[in-house]
Design a protein around this ligand. Structure first.
Ligand code: ADP
Ligand code: MG
Length: 349
């Protein structure tokens, strides 16, 4: 069911210097998984709490499937919003087994249908074998899957997830992220996930909004956020990269110390404009045959590849992912060439 926020604003207390959520407008399509990505304190949890009905917004509207949940003259209490929630601390009932935890909120009249639905949801998250286990007999990742099954079981019109993986090991996280996405899609759920971890956001979500100080900087697909960040903040926060200085010399042409770089500029600038050009590690290709040389100043072995930090002649740095059979020492000067399709340039700061 489509979720819409219109100019949502929430300020805590009269003494607050700035609004925790500031005129936030966004829409998550029915069956789609949206994400709010941003640093700690940017207002993500406050948005979710407003949608769930745990906070009352100062102004703005919240709509689900066209129905107003919150607005200037309207307020649906949390228990009538039909929203499923998953938090970072699982919040399972410790004395109930997995099955009873999932069945807890179900309203089906007879025990048989409640049990069937709960088992169906446990199967969806791959835990049908663990139905009789108590929460403390399950791993953190398994507990979080029970929490998701419980949130999905009553057919909520919307599922909200607040940093659901932040208590889990890095290895468990990415795999669980895939399972969570698959379960949400299998149920056709509309969901909004909150995280400060870009890898999680990319793994799960169809669309991502980057938040900063209560405002939305950009709402786009992961691919567009990465390749065409609308602001310098988004460029820095999403993915890795560095900036090099350039001068626009014509449409889609920028003169830099690495030569003339060609590609589509996300925002056209007039000739002569000074820009800082974003270079992603995958734009910088190591090529022994290239006359362009850069010095290795840092190397990080990541298994299949190295991530080299390179110093360019001007002293600017660039990052490059290089297959790990190209094993170069710090101080070595290696050949590079650029492969950029999308030029992202911001006015020189
Ligand atoms: P995030 O989830 O992105 O870390 P939050 O939504 O929790 O951010 O917080 C946004 C801002 O609102 C922060 O400055 C935080 O200190 C403030 N805030 C959140 N909840 C409350 C509250 N109950 N009372 C006062 N200030 C709050
Ligand atoms: Mg939070």
């Amino acid at each position: 069911m489509r979720l819409e926020l219109r100019e949502l604003t929430k300020t805590f207390g009269p003494g607050a210097a700035a609004a925790a959520v500031n005129r936030l407008t966004l829409a998550v399509g029915a069956g789609s998984i949206g994400c709010l990505l941003g640093p700690s304190g940017s207002g993500k949890t406050t948005v979710l709490r407003c949608i769930a009905g745990f906070e009352r917004p100062d102004s703005g509207e919240i709509l689900a499937g066209g129905e107003r949940l919150s607005g200037p003259d309207c307020w649906v209490p949390p228990e009538r919003r039909r929203i499923g929630m998953v938090f970072q601390d699982y919040a399972l009932f410790p004395h109930l087994d997995a099955l009873a935890n999932v069945a807890f909120g179900l309203r089906e009249a007879d025990a048989g249908s409640r049990r069937r639905r709960a088992l169906e949801m446990l199967a969806l998250v791959g835990l049908e074998e663990q139905a009789q286990k108590l929460p403390h007999e399950l791993s953190g990742g398994q507990q979080q899957r029970v929490a998701l099954a419980r949130a999905l079981a009553p057919h909520p019109r919307l599922v909200l997830l607040d940093e659901p993986f932040s208590n889990l090991d890095a290895e468990v996280r990415m795999e669980l992220a895939q399972q969570v996405r698959a379960a949400l899609k299998a149920e056709g759920a509309t969901a909004l996930l909150v995280t400060h971890d870009q890898r999680e956001a990319f793994a799960i979500c169809d669309e991502i909004g980057v938040m900063r100080d209560g405002r939305l900087e950009q709402w786009d697909t992961p691919w567009t956020l990465y390749h065409s960040p609308a602001t310098r903040f988004v460029a820095d926060f999403v993915g890795e990269g560095t900036f090099i200085e350039g001068t626009v010399i014509g449409p889609g042409r920028v003169q830099t110390e690495l030569g003339v770089i060609e590609g589509q500029l996300t925002v056209e600038r007039p000739a002569g404009a000074q820009v800082d050009l974003l270079l992603r590690p995958d734009d910088v290709i190591h090529d022994d045959a290239s006359a362009l040389r850069a010095e290795v100043v840092e190397r990080m072995f990541r298994g299949a590849e190295f991530r080299y930090k390179l110093r360019l002649p001007s002293g600017a740095t660039a990052l490059s992912f290089v297959p790990s059979h190209h094993d170069h020492a710090i101080g070595e000067r290696i050949g590079i060439r650029l492969d950029t399709q999308h030029l992202v340039g911001f006015p020189r700061e």
